[in-house]
Design a protein around this ligand. Structure first.
Ligand SMILES: Nc1ncnc2c1ncn2[C@@H]1O[C@H](COP(=O)(O)OP(=O)(O)OP(=O)(O)O)[C@@H](O)[C@H]1O
Ligand SMILES: [Mg+2]
Length: 568
């Protein structure tokens, strides 16, 4: 087998790595940088920029720049780049992968076709599949999808001898993951794993951004949240200030010459580290709680943790370090570079696949119990939580009434005895069961999870051999996936309604009285803030208000534009 590279496809930054003999190494990109911004941009001239080039022009081309595509992987979100066309998250992601592949080829001086790509442990099957698809579109053969925290642990543990209980805390730009694993000589066993999607540096930026905007509108009575260019500039400033607060006690956010009214205004906002910590304290607290929960899941105690590995850029925040240190009475491992450790682990996994490294045994787990619903709304577990993967297990069920010809299999994930309290991952019907008295037919239900964390369920009538199967959501993690998806979808709906209201109110400006215009302006301001903050509660409220507004605008202007409402 040829060389396989490792890729950490991050929300904000990506990294590539390879095995140089027995040592995993980072591959620098064409600019000599060890990480590449996960940013794609379409320019006026029709060029596609990726990485630093895309990030650097984001301010002047906010409309044509796509950030954080990873948050949309596996969703049906469409990026509408107007004259440049429409793209799926997989396609956008493939542009990033294509660049990483090219950079690796330049550096290694050979063609690269195979890769191991890392994903958050909580990624479901559709997100893993989307990641695979992005790889395929980029001309890569994705040999394995591995969990980011597992990769991080592998990278660390590869460099040490002996035994260790390791906690990997990964807080990046868009996701939080925590994994507890043990190492005994060269055997790595993941014991438990927890996480939260939509929690990372971007959320801290949004909190800070919200504060700055609030402050500015209070001081100057001006709302700049609808100005895309200003907002992108401000976003950059906010992120820079946040990073500065990691090494300094205070930071300044400044945007000179905002000419929203006739006299130029300057935005200036000073923030201390302590004030920033107050903003993010709750978020960080919840990550520490999840870390403690993961240890409890493994049947261990905080004092059992011997090594604390921090990965992800946001884990550099001093509050993260201090809260973790006091929870675990342990200092984080210093030799680790949080931005590189995941990619390095991917290279090690790759070399395990090629056989270059063959003395490591890695066992990952499914952190939830999986099973089916049975009579009376009860839940029967087929695979227990923390089962090592790959795994395969079956159970035989029967019918509940005479001559019952079909059964519905409802696949559930969770720990409650009551089916309704667990998460349904999918359902299917097995029909063609042989005639028989209740309790006679034998229906075997087989659950199997592969090493990529993809669950397949098969049901078959043992006598008639009729069978039905389904591949469903990744069994690795389910957490707030639903709320995440809902969040993205509601955010997209509100965004498109805001655009619609703006367009309509602009078009029919002459027909609208002052108070209606004010109401529209205010609604757009509130909605934009809710979009920026990804505040689901606010977004839901806005949805109703915006739809009402569109209705009113349409009825006002109906003569002018018959049928507008239909398209909203
Ligand atoms: N010194 C720092 N202090 C605080 N935050 C930082 C620092 N350096 C980087 N960050 C933040 O870390 C995030 C990027 O981290 P990283 O590159 O690990 O994320 P990622 O791998 O792209 O995301 P994910 O793993 O969630 O998909 C950004 O939000 C960035 O602002
Ligand atoms: Mg990451």
């Amino acid at each position: 087998m040829g060389r396989i590279i490792g890729i950490d496809l991050g929300t904000t930054n990506s990294g590539i790595s390879f095995m140089d003999g027995e040592e995993p190494k980072i591959i620098p990109n064409d600019r000599g940088n060890r990480i590449t911004p996960s940013v794609v941009a379409f320019t006026e001239k029709g060029e596609i920029l990726i990485g630093e080039a895309a990030k650097n022009q984001a301010v002047i081309n906010a409309e044509g720049t796509i950030l954080s595509v990873k948050r949309y992987m596996g969703s049906d979100h469409i990026f509408n780049l107007k004259q440049h066309g429409v793209y799926s998250p997989e396609e956008i992601s493939s542009f990033i992968l294509k660049k990483l592949k090219k950079d690796a080829e330049t550096f290694l001086g050979e063609e690269v076709t195979d890769a191991v790509i890392t994903v958050p442990a909580y990624f479901k099957e559709n997100q893993r599949k989307a990641t695979r698809e992005a790889g395929r579109l980029a001309g890569l053969n994705v040999k394995r999808i591995i969990n980011e925290p597992t990769a991080a642990a592998l990278a660390y543990a590869y460099s040490i001898k002996g035994k260790a209980n390791i906690l990997v805390y990964d807080l990046g730009g868009g996701t939080f993951d925590v994994t507890y694993l043990s190492k005994e000589n060269n055997r790595f066993t993941v014991q438990s794993s927890r996480g939260k999607s939509n929690l990372g540096g971007i959320d801290f930026d949004n909190l800070l951004l919200g504060k700055v905007l609030d402050n500015f509108s209070k001081e100057c009575g001006i709302d700049i949240s609808t100005d895309k260019i200003l907002m992108q500039q401000l976003r950059d400033q906010v992120e820079r200030a946040k990073i500065e607060l990691t090494s300094r006690e205070n930071a300044l956010i400044a945007l000179p010459f905002i000419t929203a009214s006739n006299k130029p205004l300057h935005l200036q906002f000073e923030i201390t580290r302590r004030e920033f910590e107050v903003l993010i304290e709750e978020f960080i607290g919840s990550t520490v709680e999840l870390s403690l929960a993961a240890i409890k899941d493994a049947g261990a105690k905080p004092e059992n943790v011997e090594t604390l590995i921090l990965s992800g850029g946001s884990s550099r925040i001093p509050l993260v370090r201090s809260m973790l240190s006091s929870a675990f009475k342990l200092e984080p491992e210093k030799k680790i570079n949080p931005e590189e450790v995941v990619a390095l682990g991917a290279a090690i996994q790759a070399s395990m696949l090629t056989g270059e490294v063959n003395d490591i045994v890695l066992t990952d787990i499914t952190p939830f119990s999986l099973g089916v619903e049975i009579e009376g709304g009860k839940f029967v577990k087929i695979l227990q939580a923390n089962t090592r993967v790959p795994a395969r297990k079956s159970r035989v069920f029967t019918t509940i009434s005479d001559n019952q010809r079909s059964v519905e299999i409802n696949i559930l994930q969770g720990e409650s005895e009551n089916a309704s309290e667990n998460t349904s991952l999918g359902r299917f019907l097995l029909s063609g069961i042989r005639d028989g008295k209740r309790g006679e037919p034998r229906i075997e239900v087989i659950f199997s999870i592969d090493a990529d964390g993809i669950l397949r369920v098969k049901a078959r009538d043992i006598d008639t051999k009729v069978e039905q199967k389904i591949t469903i959501n990744s069994a690795f993690r389910e957490y707030d996936e639903i709320s995440f998806k809902e969040k993205i979808s509601i955010k997209n709906r509100v965004t498109s309604l805001v655009n619609r209201v703006s367009a309509l109110s602009e078009k029919f400006d002459g027909f609208l009285d002052r108070s209606f215009k004010k109401e529209i302006g205010e609604t757009i301001r509130i909605a934009t803030k809710a979009i920026v903050n990804e505040n689901v509660k606010e977004l839901s409220k806005c949805l109703i208000v915006l739809e009402t507004l569109i209705g009113e605008l349409n009825s006002l202007c109906y003569d002018e534009e018959a049928g507008e409402y239909e398209q909203a």
